[in-house]
Design a protein around this ligand. Structure first.
Ligand code: PMP
Length: 362
C-alpha cells in the first residue's frame, strides 16, 4: 500500500484503509452489474439494498429504539441548523440552546432567524473551555426543544453525560462524535450528524428523529427542508448522495466488525489517553485547551508557549508525515482529530513525536 500519512484532519477525515480498498475494488463494477454504483439509478434494487442496509446498520449500532425515523439528507449539519427551527420551533414558542462553542453558536445564530431562542447555559466567559454541568442548565418546561452540541470540534470539548429533559425534546448535534461511544438515543428527540468525521465521506447527513416530531410544518417550509418529505419517502424523495451512502454503509460495517459503539469507545479512550498523557506529562510545554473534565475523545486541542513554537511544531510534524495538526483559525494552537478510523499507531506516533519535539526544544 502507498504511504499513508498520519492523518489528523478535522473533517473530512481519515477513513478505514480496508474500506477505501474495498471501495477501490468495487469502484468500476459493482457486484457484477456491468457498471459502477455511481452510474446506477437510485430507484434500482441494487442501490436500494445499500441504502436500506446503511439504515439498518445505523439502527443496530446506535441502538435506535422503535418509534424513530432515520433520514439521509444533504446540505451538511449546517442545513440542520436551519431545518430544526423551521420544522420544530412553532411561532410563539422558544427554543433553548446550550452555548458550548463555535458550532453551538452557529446553530443558535441560525435559529434566531426563525424564532425565539434562549440560552440554557453558556461557557463563553470561560472561552468555551468547558461543557456546562447538567445542574447549570436552565430552560423552561414549555421550551420547544433544548439543543446541545455533543462534541465541539474546534474547542475540543465533549459532553460526558446528557440531561434528562423529560417532556422537553432534546436535540443533539453529534457531527463530530457520533458512534464514538454508546449513547442512549431514547433521551433525544433528534440526533443529527454530518458523515464526514466518524461515518464516511462528506455528502450525507444523518438525522435520527422521533416519529411524533415529524408533523407537517408550516407550509412556508420548502419541500426539501421538511422532515416529513424525507421521512415519507425513506430518504428517496429526490436523488440521494448514493456514493456517500455506499461509503457510509461500508464504514458502518467496519465499525460493527470492530466491536460497534462499545468497541469504538475502548479504542477511542486508549487513543485519547496517549495524547492527554503526553500533554499532562510535559510540565506545561504543551497545555491542554479544554478543562480536564470536558476533554473530547475526538479532538485533542492544545497550545504551546508561543505561536513561534507552535509554527515550528507544525513544520517539523509535517516533515515527519503528520497532517492536519494546526488548530482551527478561530482558536489557534494545535488540534489532533482522532476520530474512530484514526489508527492507534498514528496516535502513538504523534505522542512519541510530541515527547521527542519537547526533548529537543524544551
Ligand atoms: N456541527 C459540528 C459539531 C461540526 O463539527 C461541523 C463541521 N465541522 C458542523 C456542525 C457543520 O457541518 P457541515 O460542514 O456538514 O455543514
Amino acid at each position: 500500500m502507498a504511504n499513508r500519512a498520519y492523518n489528523f484532519n478535522a473533517g473530512p477525515a481519515a477513513l478505514p484503509l480496508e474500506v477505501l480498498q474495498k471501495a477501490q475494488q468495487q469502484f468500476v463494477e459493482f457486484e457484477n452489474s456491468g457498471m459502477s454504483l455511481m452510474e446506477m439509478s437510485h430507484r434500482g434494487a441494487i442501490y436500494e439494498k445499500v441504502h436500506f442496509e446503511a439504515e439498518a446498520l445505523l439502527r443496530e449500532l446506535l441502538g435506535i429504539p422503535d418509534g424513530y425515523k432515520v433520514l439521509f439528507i444533504q446540505g451538511g449539519a449546517s442545513t440542520q441548523f436551519a431545518m430544526i427551527p423551521m420544522n420544530l420551533l412553532p411561532p410563539g414558542t422558544t427554543a433553548s440552546y446550550v452555548a458550548t462553542g463555535s458550532w453551538a453558536t452557529k446553530a443558535i445564530q441560525e435559529a434566531k432567524m426563525f424564532g425565539e431562542t434562549s440560552i440554557a447555559a453558556s461557557s463563553e466567559s470561560d472561552a468555551y473551555k468547558r461543557i456546562p454541568s447538567l445542574s447549570e442548565l436552565k430552560y423552561s418546561s414549555d421550551a420547544a426543544y433544548l439543543h446541545l452540541t455533543s462534541n465541539e470540534t474546534i474547542e475540543g470539548t465533549q459532553w460526558a453525560e446528557f440531561p434528562d429533559t423529560g417532556s422537553v425534546t432534546l436535540i443533539g448535534d453529534m457531527s463530530s462524535d457520533i458512534l464514538c461511544r454508546p449513547i442512549d438515543v431514547s433521551k433525544f428527540g433528534v440526533i443529527y450528524a454530518g458523515a464526514q468525521k466518524n461515518l464516511g465521506p462528506s455528502g450525507v447527513t444523518i438525522v435520527v428523529i422521533r416519529e411524533e416530531l415529524i408533523a407537517k410544518p408550516a407550509n412556508t417550509v420548502p419541500t426539501m427542508l421538511r422532515y416529513d418529505t424525507h421521512a415519507k419517502a425513506d430518504s428517496l424523495y429526490n436523488t440521494p448522495p448514493t456514493f456517500a451512502i455506499y461509503m457510509m454503509n461500508e464504514v458502518l460495517k467496519w465499525i460493527k466488525a470492530n466491536g460497534g459503539a462499545a468497541g469504538m469507545e475502548t479504542r477511542n479512550r486508549e487513543k485519547a489517553k496517549m495524547l492527554y498523557d503526553a500533554i499532562d506529562g510535559s510540565n506545561g510545554f504543551y497545555r491542554g485547551f479544554a478543562e480536564a473534565g470536558s476533554r473530547s475523545l475526538m479532538n485533542v486541542t492544545f497550545t504551546m508557549a508561543s505561536e513561534e513554537a507552535e509554527k515550528q511544531f507544525i513544520k517539523e510534524s509535517e516533515a515527519s508525515g503528520f497532517v492536519g495538526l494546526k488548530g482551527h483559525r478561530s482558536v489557534g494552537g494545535l488540534r489532533a482529530s482522532i476520530y474512530n478510523a484514526v489508527p492507534a499507531e498514528s496516535v502513538r506516533a504523534l505522542a512519541d513525536f510530541m515527547r521527542d519535539f519537547q526533548s529537543r526544544n524544551g
